[in-house]
Design a protein around this ligand. Sequence first.
Ligand code: UDP
Length: 325
Amino acid sequence: MAESLTYLITGGAGFIGSHLSDALLAAGQRVLVIDDLSTGRYANVAHHAGNPRFHFARASIRDAIVLDRLASQADVIVHLAAAVGVQLIVQQPVHTIETNVMGTEAVLKAALRYRSRVLIASTSEVYGKGSRIPFSEDDDVLLGPSSKSRWSYAASKMVDEFLALAYRDEYGLEVVPVRLFNTVGPRQTGRYGMVIPRFVGQALAGEPITVYGDGQQSRCFCAVSDVVAALIGLSTEPAAPGRVYNVGSEEETTIMALAELVRELTGSRSPIVTIPYAEAYAPGFEDMQRRVPDTSRVRALLGWQPRLSLQETLQSVIAYEQQGP
Ligand code: UDP
């Protein structure tokens, strides 16, 4: 990146946001972070304190005054602040819907005032129960009923995408909705249900590795460094705005195979146990059996591709977890 840009990262102290901050600061950009530290951690960005190109504001994105002050300085806004993780969503559906919908509305309004480009983080959850693998951006989606609260996350993120694209259509705002698939790496916490930090933590502690369901469901896990490279590319590529992009790995693994790989790489003797979904989440919980992205759109635009294998990524997570908090 030749010119120096100012980025505003909402949720910049979170898992993905803090890695994005690291990469942008390393590339010579200026980074403003707004984070209410509800699920993010100041420790994730504390190493930038004292850097004149870094500014941290502890505030909610629904704090209009703080958001406006930061947005007024930003060339690009990367909106990552959101209620995160399926477990949290099942536990706090009101918070999820309000944060995701009203937060994004506030960010788009601020971006419009200053005409900044805005990346909106969406999620592979929007593909719902779609069975045509791989998932491509313009596929139809199939969500479950509103009586099952897990779908509120997907529906709220779809509203975000609709709203972003509407700002593009009506006001010509440069919006880039990005559907992030399962992303992993150091600093991700297992507290909100994410499978890899949970399995690594369990394996290192010698506790049972808890596979939900029969473990034959599969996911594609992408290293956070690769996801961040795609986000940075999409934030500057002139032809990016106005379309939705899948970002993720296409390397598919079952959750049972993942549990076995984690046990092998940690040298753990933890047993692998299966737990029924109803016990792990809530009665009637519906999991996705497979989730694989078609990433040809982002690859064609940026020449992007994931660089780290699942094994390399797991090794970096294991090394991080071994350091302790
Ligand atoms: N999972 C599991 N054990 C755990 C946590 C999660 O087997 O301790 C499973 C979960 O049911 C899902 C997969 O791992 O099938 C990925 O879960 P995660 O919450 O990381 O992401 P999701 O793909 O559900 O958004």
